[in-house]
Design a binder for this molecule. Structure first.
Ligand SMILES: [Zn+2]
Length: 89
């Protein structure tokens, strides 16, 4: 959130999730797409614990939206790619 620009709404390259499909709004891949994962790691590099909390909340929402998807697959997709999980539960 910088002062640059002034556009309203999400940026075109935001790679934000589109619910309830949980696909990427920018590239159409399953969210979080590889571009979003790389961006999240940069944004949260000093606070991976907060990132895992954030992704955990996304996972909780997605598991309600994507009821046909296996939970283990969703866990893998949302938090399994993190370089180091501070805590598994
Ligand atoms: Zn994307």
């Amino acid at each position: 959130m910088t002062a640059a620009g002034g556009a309203t709404g999400p940026a075109a390259d935001e790679h934000a999730p589109v619910t309830p499909e949980w696909s990427c709004g920018t590239c159409g891949d399953a969210w979080p797409c590889s571009a979003k994962r790389a961006r999240l790691l940069v944004e949260y590099q000093v606070d991976l614990a907060s990132l895992s909390v954030y992704l955990g909340s996304c996972l909780a929402s997605a598991s309600q939206d994507l009821r046909t998807a296996p939970v283990s697959a969703l866990q893998d997709r949302f938090i399994g790619w993190l370089p180091r999980s501070p805590r598994q539960f």
